[in-house]
Design a protein around this ligand. Structure first.
Ligand code: HEC
Ligand code: HEC
Ligand code: HEC
Ligand code: HEC
Ligand code: HEC
Length: 485
């Protein structure tokens, strides 16, 4: 019978003949148990710190695999000439055909097989959970903390906070998987060597077409019908008067069950193909829109002042319109300052009963600050000073009210502005409406026209019916029995 100790001895002496193998063996042996335990802990979800995954999958894992490679490379390539002779065909044949012998070579092979199986097990486990780690929200959103913090923060406050980053940024399939991992490696280097851009550029020009990401969950033709849109706003007067805008948004559909494509989602019907050309990286300056209709006819809307030939600059390009051209911020929603405050006022996080809080808060949050810490301090100091000077009684009587307001104002700032990444109030524009004549009005305007002079409709009723605009107590909401403020 073969003794286990014999095998170990033979294997060890095989390894000992090569320094490379020896080092490899030491590394593997030391790392293996730590790795195995960590991977199991990670799979079980015992430790959720994002740096834990980094240590396992980007340090221990590669170290373990490098150790294995060293062992084998050392065994087969870096031994003395004599030892290499052991592995010639004749030698092996002799050893194996003689059944009475259990030689050193057999022992080595026996143990190698055993160790290989063990190693394959560890490597499989490692790649399985390593794959999951690299696809996890923790890795994408938390690991590179400063870099991804803005997107991660906005994401957590959005309707897609339960959707994984990779579902929108990578999607299904091997091709995009490989592409994403390669770009991931580049990004790790950019973070390690501090060469990434601040802020991260948008739009993401390498983003996968929405057809293969958003449409995995959302059916483009689905009938959404008309949607009531109620927007709360607080005026900058002493009472922070609460007003509301009510629209009936004609969201429509891309042609549901034989129904004609209609309303805003008319653009996403497969038979309506819209291609546009833009002059800038941000895709704000659109100078040509080509619409191909279901019957194949093409209509071209062009800015007569735009250059006849393709791109006005190297930053420009051509693009097939999809969901992202309107929903460019489906999850990283950074609000403008007024809206950020309105949102806190409507929930009561900032008490609307504090006189002039909208006006004063707006002043302090739109100032420039070098860091988040500094911003928070300044917001507090400046608001306290202003109220002390102008409403000393109130501060005396009801200090907690002011302190609550300060916390709310600080949140409105920290959820939307990230000085460390040079993200200010209007860094990331939202194209869903027509703020600053951008968004829909990039195409729906008076400039782009066909040769016959037709433009893309700018009629207010094309997209919505305005039922109330900045009204303190809109009758339409009473009629619809919507709760008052
Ligand atoms: C619902 C889909 C969706 C999810 C989920 C999602 N993103 Fe995005 N992300 C987008 C879109 C769309 C853009 C903007 C693309 C454009 O305008 O070209 C974007 C842009 C970005 C940008 C570029 C900077 C910017 O703000 O435009 C970063 C960085 C980013 N996402 C990181 C993340 C991280 C990290 C997560 C997970 C925490 C995540 N994303 C989850 C859809 C998504
Ligand atoms: C993995 C599935 C998934 C993917 C991928 C996805 N979404 Fe969603 N989306 C959802 C779910 C689920 C909701 C509903 C969330 C809720 O109501 O709580 C939603 C909600 C929405 C809404 C409504 C938001 C609101 O204010 O009510 C819009 C708009 C939207 N998604 C657009 C997009 C766009 C654009 C993309 C591609 C960039 C996308 N989604 C990708 C699952 C997904
Ligand atoms: C022409 C611009 C435009 C395009 C293109 C577009 N949408 Fe929308 N979509 C809107 C607007 C505007 C709304 C309503 C505004 C809102 O929800 O705040 C909306 C609403 C939605 C909603 C919420 C509907 C509801 O009932 O609450 C979903 C989900 C959605 N879109 C998904 C998509 C997907 C997926 C695509 C791509 C197939 C897409 N949209 C393409 C403009 C667009
Ligand atoms: C890339 C250019 C482009 C953008 C951006 C764009 N549209 Fe359009 N839209 C068009 C074109 C082209 C037409 C067709 C005009 C025609 O047939 O005369 C159209 C038509 C429409 C129609 C009429 C559909 C019908 O039933 O005939 C609506 C509604 C509409 N758009 C809403 C929007 C909204 C809302 C937004 C912004 C969220 C938006 N569009 C952004 C290009 C655009
Ligand atoms: C091409 C489509 C389109 C046209 C044309 C259009 N709008 Fe809009 N408008 C929108 C969409 C989409 C929103 C909702 C934006 C959002 O979801 O945040 C909106 C929002 C608004 C709002 C609410 C703004 C807020 O505070 O959020 C007002 C007011 C408004 N539109 C007025 C007008 C007026 C006035 C006209 C005519 C000059 C007009 N719109 C033409 C698409 C359009």
């Amino acid at each position: 019978m073969v003794k286990f100790t014999d095998i170990v001895k033979a294997f060890a002496s095989g390894i000992a003949q090569s320094r490379l193998s020896l080092v490899g063996a030491i590394v593997t042996t030391v790392v293996a148990p730590v790795l195995l335990v960590s991977v199991i802990l990670d799979i079980q979800g015992f430790i959720t710190n994002p740096y834990f995954g980094f240590v396992i999958y980007l340090i221990l894992g590669p170290l373990f695999i490098a150790g294995l490679v060293m062992v084998f490379v050392g065994l087969f390539f870096f031994r003395g000439r004599e030892a290499v002779g052991l592995f010639t065909y004749e030698y092996l044949k002799e050893q194996f055909t003689d059944a009475t012998k259990f030689t050193k070579v057999q022992k080595i092979i026996f143990l190698s097989v055993f160790l290989t199986i063990l190693n394959i097990l560890i490597v499989t486990l490692l790649s399985y959970s390593g794959y999951h780690y690299s696809e996890s929200v923790a890795f994408c959103g938390q690991f590179c903390h400063t870099v991804m913090n803005p997107e991660y923060t906005a994401y957590q406050n959005s309707p897609h906070s339960r959707v994984k980053c990779v579902d929108c940024h990578i999607g299904e399939g091997a091709k995009w998987f490989v592409k994403a991992k390669l770009s991931g490696v580049r990004q790790l280097f950019a973070v390690a060597f501090n060469t990434y851009s601040r802020p991260i550029e948008t739009p993401v020009h390498g983003l996968r077409p929405a057809r293969e990401t958003c449409e995995e969950c959302h059916r483009p033709e689905f009938f959404h019908g008309d949607r009531l849109y109620i927007k709360d706003k607080f005026l900058e007067d002493e009472h922070n008067t609460h007003v509301r805008t009510v629209l009936l948004l004609k969201v429509g559909s891309g042609g549901y069950r034989g129904m004609r494509a209609q309303g805003i989602h008319w653009h996403v019907a497969p038979e309506n193909r819209i291609v546009y050309r833009h002059a800038d990286y941000q895709r704000e300056a659109i100078y040509e829109v080509r619409l191909t209709k279901p019957d194949g006819t093409q209509i071209v809307f062009r800015d007569p002042d735009a250059p006849e030939t393709a791109n006005a600059s190297s930053e420009g390009g051509e693009r097939v319109m999809d969901c992202i051209d309107c929903h460019n911020r489906p999850t990283h929603v950074f609000l403008p300052p007024g809206e950020a405050l309105d949102q806190k006022l409507v929930t009561g996080e900032i008490p609307a009963s504090l006189p002039y809080i909208k006006r004063e808060a707006l002043k302090v949050i739109t100032a420039d600050y070098p860091s988040t810490e500094e911003a928070k301090n300044q917001i507090a100091t400046r608001l306290r000073a202003w109220y002390k000077a102008n409403y000393p009684d109130l501060v005396e009587r009801n200090a907690p009210l002011l302190e609550q307001a300060i916390r709310g104002v600080q949140h409105a700032y920290t959820e939307n502005v990230f000085p460390e990444m040079r993200i200010g109030w209007n860094t990331y524009k939202n194209f869903l409406g027509h703020r600053d004549d951008s968004g829909c009005f990039r195409c729906h305007n008076e400039t782009l026209a066909t040769d016959a002079g037709e433009t893309i409709s700018m009629d207010c009723q094309t997209c919505h019916v305005i039922l109330a605009e900045d009204e303190p107590n809109p009758p339409i909401l009473r009629q619809l029995q919507c709760p008052a403020e």
